[in-house]
Design a protein around this ligand. Sequence first.
Ligand code: AMP
Length: 211
Amino acid sequence: MQRLNLIIFGPPGAGKDTQVEKILEHFNTDPIETGAIIRDLVKSDTQIARQIKDTIARGDLVNDSIMEAIIKDRLKKVSAQSGLIMDGYPRTIKQAETFNLLLTFMDRKLDYVVFLDVPEDVLVSRLSQRKICSICGKTAFPQEENCSSCGGALEKRIDDNLESIKKRIINYNEKTAPIINFYRKRGLLLHIDGNKSPDEVTKEIFEGLKS
Ligand code: AMP
């Protein structure tokens, strides 16, 4: 299998988790989902965990230096044989610059940045209905009653309330969206219409990855 290093990128609710699963079926690629790492981290009973929990619940971004420590630690665990798929990182220009340096240290080259483009009204509707598995964290489809992977009970995320959803979309537009041009200038952006069925989006991604 090809060793592919990519970022899957888009606003909250764009469908990144679903597409990561599809990509993993075809490529030997280690998924790094920073939101899931952080949700695990906040389960511990420490002061930093409580601070981060408040940050997430408000819909704000965790600061860049904490993120750098988290990513450095996680990247150390990636095997040399496998590719990388970054889901939820980088989310600021500063993080994108740091990530470039970290890839250089690892002697890796970024192949693609898959940008899932979804209009704001669709995002709000998807996020208001979204549930995740309380055990493995997988995002469920609306019709599911239990997790399709492990059978766990489904629950809402602490940040999937209307106030936090709006804040996350504002933060995305202000702090994260500038990354689109950062990678477009470097010729790495694969712009995908994410407002289609999951299968159609997967098809468009795979066509882009082949070209
Ligand atoms: P997500 O599951 O990707 O929506 O992430 C959930 C929350 O974790 C975000 O709203 C942020 O508070 C935090 N988070 C995840 N990734 C990052 C990142 N790269 N930079 C800053 N905060 C992050």
